[in-house]
Design a protein around this ligand. Structure first.
Ligand SMILES: Cc1cc2nc3c(=O)[nH]c(=O)nc-3n(C[C@H](O)[C@H](O)[C@H](O)COP(=O)(O)OP(=O)(O)OC[C@H]3O[C@@H](n4cnc5c(N)ncnc54)[C@H](O)[C@@H]3O)c2cc1C
Length: 211
């Protein structure tokens, strides 16, 4: 995706964090990062769960909770389901990924702490084994935890800020951000270009909870 974006003229700058902003009136005039400052006519805030503290720098209140999820990928497992499964009772997703098998799930409200809770990890593995019997991987499984960005009503935040005129927000996709990303990308591009989005963005108003 990064290569495709570059082919379309995007310049991707990695390894730098947004620290703060400078504003003139109700517009951002400068974005300050760990590697220099940037100026832009329009700014898209799409930093997942971290969008809330970044928006706070701009006095924009983005109500969200970081919701930690865990992923275990078994390498070359002893058995591999032929399709994706969702274990409804335990809410665990089981995904064959090429030769590997991934279990993903759980929702832990622990702020921005990304440490691994072994109890949750074994519950995830056990849920898979209850339905699929014991499946062993060839080597040590790959384990990671990530933060989902969860809004109070479960809907994402997509649209222009009313408080900061050159700020567009695209976040809050909770469990479905990978799947919804392309649609949100298109909608955010429409808003940035001043075009009518292909559907009504009112339910996704980023400031819908601000009084
Ligand atoms: C275990 C697990 C399994 C999941 N499985 C699925 C699935 O099967 N299907 C699905 O659709 N979704 C799934 N999700 C949800 C999905 O991962 C998220 O909804 C999605 O990643 C949100 O995308 P995003 O780009 O908004 O945020 P993120 O992917 O969180 O990206 C935010 C980015 O902003 C960067 N950032 C943060 N702060 C700063 C800063 N100050 N300056 C610069 N950059 C910053 C971060 O480094 C990060 O790269 C899963 C989530 C988890 C945790």
């Amino acid at each position: 995706m990064a290569e495709k974006a570059a082919q379309h003229g995007a310049r991707i700058l990695t390894e730098r964090s947004v620290l703060s902003f400078e504003k003139i009136g109700d517009k951002i005039s400068r974005v300050k990062t760990t590697q220099g400052d940037f100026e832009a006519e329009q700014i898209l805030l799409a930093a997942g769960a971290w969008s809330t503290p970044i928006a706070k720098e701009l006095d924009v209140e983005l109500l969200m909770q970081p919701a930690k999820g865990y992923s275990i990928t078994l390498k070359n497992p002893s058995a591999l389901p032929s399709r994706y499964l969702f274990l409804g009772k335990s809410k665990v997703a089981v995904t064959p990924m090429g030769a590997h098998l991934r279990y993903a799930g759980t929702l832990e409200l622990a702020g921005y702490d990304l440490s691994i809770n072994q109890r949750r990890l074994s519950a995830l593995r056990k849920a898979g084994e209850t339905y699929l019997h014991k499946i062993d991987g060839e080597a040590e499984p790959e384990i990671w935890a990530g933060l989902r960005s969860v809004s109070p009503d479960g809907l994402p935040y997509i649209g222009r800020s009313a408080r900061v005129r050159n700020l567009v927000i695209a976040t809050g996709h909770a469990m479905l951000g990978v799947g919804m990303g392309p649609f949100t990308g298109q909608l955010a591009a429409d808003v940035l270009q001043g075009e009518n989005p292909s559907f009504d963005l009112i339910p996704f108003n980023p400031e819908r909870f601000v009084r």
